[in-house]
Design a protein around this ligand. Structure first.
Ligand SMILES: C[S@@+](CC[C@H](N)C(=O)[O-])C[C@H]1O[C@@H](n2cnc3c(N)ncnc32)[C@H](O)[C@@H]1O
Length: 236
């Protein structure tokens, strides 16, 4: 006897969720604007034979990358400063998504062999950025030392030392580089969840931001999205 064949329901074209849609469109944007640069930076870093520290180019950070790129596109800064250049992935996203960038200043302690060569390569990819500079050293010293009265930035990204003391000093020292509309993005900081539930590497940046807010130095300007793991702030 033939087995009775069950009629299968036709497979419907799976509808993409909003999340998937935005992911897809972000990926398209990335491919057009920055994808190959992120890959090149990773390859260059790996070629030094050492481990590459965590960065915004990693596949699992696609939401964070998308939100970061969005912020750059919307805010369109003419000047961008970053503490924690590492292999240059977040800088590449910032530079690719800012249409009128003229000044770019990066700080890094320089313990990884790929920091300087990656910076030089990235700089060459953006010849329209008139002033691009990397300052090597501990940011708690180099950021105050580099400051000049008129050196202000539209956007400051803090992603260097994750110990509370360093992250807090970075927040304090960056105030001199901010004008009244500067946005500050603090990486690995989510204020709207139970702090105990956060992974250990986020404790320092979270505590530092809470302290800066409690002291009236800064305020949050929009929600730190849980899936993006960064918080946007401005100085008061
Ligand atoms: C998490 S990585 C930055 C990732 C990068 N922003 C990205 O997403 O592409 C942190 C970087 O900050 C550097 N760093 C750590 N402590 C620092 C300090 N006190 N001053 C300056 N840079 C520091 C590390 O060596 C590393 O290169």
């Amino acid at each position: 006897m033939h087995k009775r064949q069950r009629k299968l329901a036709p497979i419907k074209h799976k509808e993409l969720s909003k999340e998937q849609l935005s992911r897809n469109s972000y990926l398209t944007v990335e491919r057009n604007k920055c994808g190959s640069k992120l890959e090149t930076l990773t390859k260059m870093a790996i070629s030094h034979g050492k481990n590459v520290e965590g960065h915004l180019g990693l596949p699992q950070f696609w939401r964070k990358r998308a939100r970061f790129s969005d912020l750059m596109t919307l805010w369109n800064p003419s000047s961008y400063m970053e503490i924690g250049f590492n292999a240059g992935h977040s800088s590449a996203l910032a530079l690719s998504n800012s249409r009128n960038l003229e000044r770019y200043l990066a700080f890094d302690i320089g313990v990884h062999p790929y920091v300087k060569p990656n910076f030089e390569w990235l700089k060459r990819q953006f010849p329209s950025v008139k002033h691009a500079e990397l300052v090597i050293g501990d940011s708690t010293k180099t950021v105050p030392a580099k400051h000049q009265e008129n050196l202000k930035f539209d956007f400051i990204h803090i992603d260097g030392g994750h110990q509370e003391g360093i992250a807090y000093l970075d927040l304090v020292n960056c105030k001199n580089y901010a004008h009244n509309k500067t946005l500050v993005i603090m990486d690995d900081c989510i204020l709207h969840v139970n702090a105990q539930a956060l992974p250990a590497h986020m404790h320092g940046p979270n505590n530092a931001v809470r302290k800066a807010i409690n002291q009236g130095l800064m305020e949050e300007v929009c929600l730190g999205y849980v899936d993006c793991e960064h918080t946007v702030l401005r100085y008061m």
